[in-house]
Design a protein around this ligand. Sequence first.
Ligand code: MTE
Length: 316
Amino acid sequence: MIIRRPPDIASSEITPEQVYVDRRSFIRLAAAGAAGAAMTPGSLSALGRPSRGQQVRFEDMESELGEPVNSYEEITTYNNFYEFGTGKSDPARNSGPFKPKPWTVTVEGHVAKPGEYHLEDFLAPYKLEDRVYRMRCVEAWSVVVPWRGFPLADLVKRVEPTGSAKFLELTTVVRPDEMVGQRYRVLEWPYLEGLRIDEATNPLALLVTGVYGRDLPNQNGAPLRLIVPWKYGFKGVKSIVKIRFVEEMPRNTWWAMNAREYGFFANVNPEVSHPRWSQAHERRLGELRRRETLMFNGYGEQVAHMYAGMDLHKWF
Ligand code: MTE
């Protein structure tokens, strides 16, 4: 898969504000990943080390479709995180008191190797990569983000699911003292999301720890969140404390709240409208024009096979 290790550049050369990455390699690697090619360390080095002139900053990165990333400001000030309020600017404004350190992650259920880990130990075995993904919110806005994280598939493999593990359930922390929105029952807490095991092991699914090369800010789901770019943004559960391997399809929060409007799969699909928002178009943060929404948010080549034969009008 796409391998893009942050420490290519000595940390002494950079400040948190200006982390440089090799754009050409990134795009070529991203394209190779998009085509499903297996990237090995050998093929990585065959691309050659970037010269200084080829290095660009995170803000100059593009998606594999050539779309520029949104600004750090846009990504971190227009958010959905109901634990901090229902307005788009609430998470940035209200999440200051939240403490993402220390943090514990529990892995349980149908796995040979369950465990409870300090975040640092939980992350230690994995190689972090930077990947630019589009995110399409069900509310018809979208954003292009350079996330930093590692494939959820790597974790799944490591904990050795048993034959009964058909789904993953991922749970957000409950801390009403630090999360002002949790003092109100706008949603049922904790916020829950789920994936089928084949979705969880699709190479695109990421457990994310950072954005723009920096640790996730609280409003974007510090210190650990999910990103599944072919699904609506609400599947990207934030501030994860528990990952449970289960036999039955878990009831994710929005589906439990309103089954007429939200389902389990939530695959981006311009042909299946939400009762309140057409899903045919979207507005990219920072733009005025409407863009057409792409089937599976443009990631069909990598994910459509998982839904072959399924009625996507029924399983929305
Ligand atoms: N996770 C939790 N725990 N609570 C939330 O309210 N909102 C979801 C998702 N993850 C949400 C959540 C929705 S609706 C979207 S669109 C994305 O987070 C937004 O992610 P962003 O704020 O990083 O853009």
